[in-house]
Design a binder for this molecule. Structure first.
Ligand SMILES: C[C@](O)(CO)[C@H](O)COP(=O)(O)OP(=O)(O)OC[C@H]1O[C@@H](n2ccc(N)nc2=O)[C@H](O)[C@@H]1O
Ligand SMILES: Nc1ncnc2c1ncn2[C@@H]1O[C@H](COP(=O)(O)OP(=O)(O)OP(=O)(O)O)[C@@H](O)[C@H]1O
Length: 288
C-alpha cells in the first residue's frame, strides 16, 4: 500500500519576536501561510516494522536526523505501532531557506502515516506531536493560514489571503535558524503589527496585507548576508506590492497582484539568483 502527501512550503507574512524565554526559545507572534511550492512525500508500507528514508537530494540526511524519520519514529512509539514505512522525499523546497521544508515533510509524514497505519488521530493530536519535532511543525500539520504564538506551536486559523503571485528568491547561502535567534538583540528591534496583519486578512484587504508585512529577524540575517537586501531592492524596483524575508531567511518573497509584473520580477531575478520560484498562495487548510 502506498500513500502520497504534498508538503507545501510556508512564508511568514509577519514575524514578531516578543522576548527570550527561560527554556531558551523565543516567544513569537507569526502570521504564516502555505504556498504552492511543495515537496512530495511517498509512504510505502513495510511489514518488517522498520523506518527507512530515501531522497535524491544531497542536502538532506537519509537517516534518523531527517525530520521525516523523526516524525515516523515519534508516531510509531507513541501509538505503539508494529508496522514500518519507507519514506521517499521528492525535495523541491530549498533547504535551510526559511520556508519550513523539513518541518513540512515531518508534518506530511504525520498526516500520511495516520492514514497508512490507520491510527485515527485527530489533526489536533498530530499538531501536538509535531510540536515535539520543531516549532513550525504544528502549523505545517494544518497548513493554510494561521496566527502562530508561543514558540510557534499555538495555532489559530485565519482566512486565506486574496489570491496573488508569490515570487521567491533564495541567495546561495544556507541559514541556521538557531544562530539567527541567538544573534538577535531585542533592544531597538523592529516589531511588525501582528494585530493589523490579522485584521487585514479578516477584512480580505490585499493592500493592507502588503503594508503590514514585517519580520523582526530580517535585520539580523541582512547583517550577515547583504544579498538579502539586494534581492529585496531588485523586487521593489520590479514593482512588487510587498517584499519580505521569510522566517530566519535567507529566502526573500514578494507578493504581486499583476501577472505581467510577477513574470517580470521572476525573469529579472533569474539572471541573479540560482533558486527563483513564481507560485500561487495555497492559503486553505487540511480539514480531515
Ligand atoms: C524562524 C521560523 O521558521 C519562523 O517560522 C521558526 O520560528 C523556527 O522554527 P523551526 O525551524 O521549526 O525551529 P526549531 O527547530 O523548533 O528551533 C530551532 C532553533 O531556533 C530557535 N528558536 C526557534 C523557535 C522559537 N520560537 N524560538 C527560538 O529561539 C532555537 O534556538 C532553536 O534551537
Ligand atoms: N526532510 C528534511 N528536509 C530538509 N531539511 C531537513 C530535513 N530533515 C532534516 N533536515 C535538516 O534540517 C535543517 C533545516 O532545514 P529546513 O529546510 O527545514 O530549514 P528552514 O527552511 O530554515 O526551516 P524553518 O523555516 O522551519 O526554519 C537542514 O540543515 C537539514 O539538513
Amino acid at each position: 500500500m502506498q500513500i502520497l502527501e504534498k508538503a507545501p512550503a510556508k512564508i511568514n507574512l509577519s514575524l514578531d519576536v516578543l522576548h527570550k524565554r527561560e527554556d531558551g526559545f523565543h516567544e513569537v507572534e507569526m502570521v504564516m501561510t502555505t504556498i504552492d511550492l511543495a515537496d512530495r512525500i511517498e509512504l510505502t508500507y513495510k511489514p518488517d516494522g522498520k523506518i527507512q528514508v530515501e531522497s535524491e537530494s544531497r542536502f538532506v540526511p537519509n537517516d534518523e536526523r531527517n525530520l521525516a524519520y523523526r516524525a515516523a519514529k515519534l508516531l510509531k512509539d507513541r501509538y505503539r505501532v508494529a508496522h514500518g514505512v519507507k519514506i521517499f522525499i521528492e525535495k523541491n523546497i530549498p533547504v535551510a531557506a526559511g520556508l519550513a521544508g523539513g518541518s513540512s515533510d515531518a508534518a506530511a509524514v504525520l498526516r500520511g502515516l495516520n492514514r497508512l497505519w490507520g491510527l485515527n488521530a485527530s489533526m489536533k493530536e498530530l499538531a501536538e506531536l509535531g510540536a515535539e519535532i520543531g516549532s513550525d511543525v504544528s502549523f505545517c500539520v494544518y497548513g493554510g493560514t494561521a496566527l502562530a504564538t508561543g514558540r510557534g506551536e499555538k495555532i489559530q486559523h485565519l482566512p486565506a489571503p486574496p489570491p496573488c503571485w508569490v515570487v521567491l528568491a533564495k541567495p546561495s547561502v544556507g541559514v541556521s535558524t538557531h544562530s539567527i535567534y541567538q544573534a538577535l538583540s531585542l533592544e531597538n528591534a523592529f516589531h511588525p503589527d501582528t494585530a493589523a496583519m490579522v485584521e487585514a486578512l479578516r477584512t480580505d484587504s490585499f493592500e493592507r496585507i502588503c503594508s503590514e508585512v514585517g519580520n523582526t529577524l530580517e535585520a539580523v540575517t541582512v547583517g550577515l548576508h547583504a544579498e538579502v537586501d539586494q534581492i529585496k531592492e531588485q523586487m521593489r524596483q520590479g514593482g512588487a506590492d510587498a517584499v519580505l524575508m521569510s522566517g530566519s531567511g535567507p529566502t526573500v518573497f514578494s507578493l504581486v497582484a499583476q501577472d505581467a509584473r510577477a513574470q517580470r520580477i521572476y525573469n529579472s531575478l533569474k539572471g541573479f539568483c540560482a533558486e527563483v520560484y513564481m507560485v500561487r498562495m495555497l492559503g486553505y487548510r487540511e480539514t480531515t
